[in-house]
Design a protein. Sequence first.
Length: 276
Amino acid sequence: MAKPHIEIGELRKSGPVEVVAGRLSQLWQTLTGDGVNIKSTDSSLPSGALQVWKFGHNAAVGTSYETIWIVGGLYPWGSWKAWDDATGSVVTLKSTDAADTSVEVAWEGLGADGELVSGTTTTDAVDGTTGVAVATNLNRLHRAYRVTAGTSTGSLQLTVGGTVIAQIETDLAATQLGLYTVPAGYTAYLQSLDIAVDDNSDGLIQLMTRPDGDAFYSRSGGLMVSGATRISYASSGWSSGLPFVEGTDIDVRGVKVSGGGSPLMSVNFHLALEPS
């Protein structure tokens, strides 16, 4: 099989990589981070196709379902307007510590009409806790990461109407969001799903989705996990994975079933996006 050259988000690097059974190998986790859109120029793949790698973790999952994201609890989807709203919502960047001044953060998500957009925003130059509006109104946020070298003193937060919709911890420098919304003009196919829970606990994972703002419902029978488990939905070919139409919100949720304390749960999933 030919080894495609790639463009990785804003990094715009290229190089040879292996494609295994129609999906990217684990090498992508090292190359791309959280949810970078990757455009392949390999002629064997559909024109305009994208690869998306997403991951997140929740450090303390309780006995009620929680989204696998670093903030904990259920993700506040209600803070957003419709995924394809014509105006979008104002997103604000701030830190929990005043010392985090002039910290540049890159972000990717959906803008007006559900189109893929990306950009950078910098925290206030005087007081890091003062919110700075992202220049482009957004309908969803897929990922964000710190561009400025070094470490931040506090947690960098992106908010909508005062509600945290993404958070960057200083030791990770990137969001941990086990969720995604399929952009306008694409159909997404779930290629693989990796889930893990503390060894001392048993967890149940649900793949929840809602097309075009409808109610969330489960797309799995519940995945029991003790330790690390890998689920592959793509047997062969580009578009053989579990499909999601444009505007579908994907939310991976977990709950503790047994064991002590509140276990850490993590998820990695890979989507292939094909132009509709």
